[in-house]
Design a protein around this ligand. Structure first.
Ligand code: UTP
Length: 408
């Protein structure tokens, strides 16, 4: 792209300031900036203006979860079905590790965080140990796909290599990178993080399958016979991954996907809950839950919207393929975005100063015809690490690990 072409594109979106430092750049930096302008989708920035109007929900009704008693009654059969699928190589696991983990406040990828007290226990290590339990039970390796981003790819890959993948077979681990999106101020003007670089941040966890496809990894997985992908977050150190019972239950119920859920600990707990939206499975975020819905009861008199998602989903690959090209809604998230000020000095703000644009994995659920909410015991399977202290923190996760007999 030439300078003039870049300027024309920027003018269309009111982003001419991106070229403000052009004359001060080296030839190589000029080239990098022009390439980035060419590759950047600026159209999403205009959504800042309609922020409040966006992502309107349809008609909400309850979606019953498979609860613990029903799971216990069917456990033997579900585990058998799940283990059979795993042994036949039909199940892969996808670790979503492309996030910035800004709330935790470490510059390293979140998975490198050490939650140990008397010994090293890294978050990545905990996840791999959990997956290893199933590898041992099924007596076969499970393909593990790790999504990183431009911001943490090198660090993630070298950390896992240095730690010999915490005992996992390296041939069964594949890395791929997600896409990035521009970050802007509240008016939708992109920030610059260098004189030759537009500020970008990972574009949310919703693009994981299309990124897997872009890297040719989804195609390879399908050719290898993978039919199900268990997608999970990096920060829940207790979750069971490729859990045979969960896999078996979703297969037995002939659903396009499954979602592990926990009973909310309070009506106003900040988790998204499973529901039907216009008759299709969906997740309603805690801030979208009206008082009426929060207090609604199902036909048994129990709270109708009480099963919170924990970002552990099982997707049928053929159904993912069918929705791969679909555009997911864009979520606009307020964040602290480092930027160059008018003097060209890098500022790291203490408070949020603009927007990041994200697509979310939970929006994929609504594209599918059926989803099984599958209850798990929260004290045994839900220890997310979002913050250093307080709710969903390193501290709370340590307490739960100890309760579950995990030495730290
Ligand atoms: P979070 O919603 O906790 O976001 O991600 P985050 O960016 O990691 O953390 P904060 O909000 O800045 O503190 C939930 C899961 O989705 C992954 C994260 O790595 C985590 O496993 N994720 C998030 C991605 O893989 N890519 C993204 O762009 C965002």
């Amino acid at each position: 792209m030439t300078y003039q072409e870049a300027m024309n594109k920027l003018q269309m979106y009111g982003q001419e300031h991106v070229l403000a430092y052009y004359d001060q750049l080296t030839e190589e930096q000029k080239q990098l900036l022009l390439e980035q302008i060419q590759d950047t989708d600026f159209s999403m920035l205009s959504s800042c203006k309609e922020k409040r109007e966006e992502n309107k929900k349809g008609e909400i009704s309850p979606l019953a979860a498979m609860q613990l008693t029903e799971i216990e009654a069917g456990r033997e059969q579900f585990v058998k079905i799940g283990l059979d699928a795993i042994k036949q190589g039909k199940v892969g696991a996808v670790l979503l590790a492309g996030g910035m983990g800004t709330r935790l406040g470490s510059d390293d990828p979140k998975g490198m965080y050490n939650i140990g007290l008397t010994k090293d226990v890294y978050i990545f290590q905990r996840l791999i140990e959990n997956l290893m339990d199933v590898v041992e039970q099924a007596e076969c390796w499970i393909p593990l796909y790790v999504m990183t981003s431009d911001k943490n790819h090198e660090a993630t890959v070298s950390f896992l290599k240095e730690h010999k993948y915490f005992g996992y077979h390296k041939d069964y681990i594949t890395f791929f990178m997600q896409e990035m999106a521009p970050a802007s101020d509240y008016e939708g003007k992109v920030y610059m993080e260098e004189k030759y670089k537009i500020s970008t941040s990972p574009n949310g966890n919703g693009g994981w399958y299309s990124s897997m496809h872009k890297w040719g990894i989804a195609q390879k997985a399908m050719a290898d016979g993978v039919e199900w992908l268990n997608v999970f977050a990096v920060d829940n150190v207790l979750q069971r991954i490729a859990d045979p019972c969960f896999v078996g239950a979703v297969i037995a119920k002939d659903c396009a996907c499954g979602s592990k859920v926990v009973r909310k600990c309070a009506p106003d707990e900040k988790v998204g809950v499973m529901c039907l939206e216009d008759g299709k499975p969906s997740i309603i975020e805690y801030y979208e839950l009206t008082d009426e819905l929060a207090n609604a009861k199902d036909e048994n008199g129990d709270p109708a919207y009480y099963f919170g998602v924990i970002l552990n989903y099982l997707f049928k690959v053929s159904d993912l393929e069918a929705i791969r090209e679909k555009k997911l809604p864009l979520h606009i998230v307020e964040k602290k975005i480092p930027y160059l000020d008018e003097n060209g000095i890098l500022v790291k703000p203490e408070e949020p100063n603009g927007y990041k644009f994200e697509q979310l994995v939970l929006d994929m659920i609504h594209e599918l015809d059926s989803c099984l909410p599958f209850e798990v015991e929260r004290n045994k399977e839900f220890a997310p690490i979002k913050n250093k202290t307080g709710v969903d923190s390193v501290e709370s996760a340590r307490t739960l690990c100890k309760e579950n007999g995990i030495e730290l």
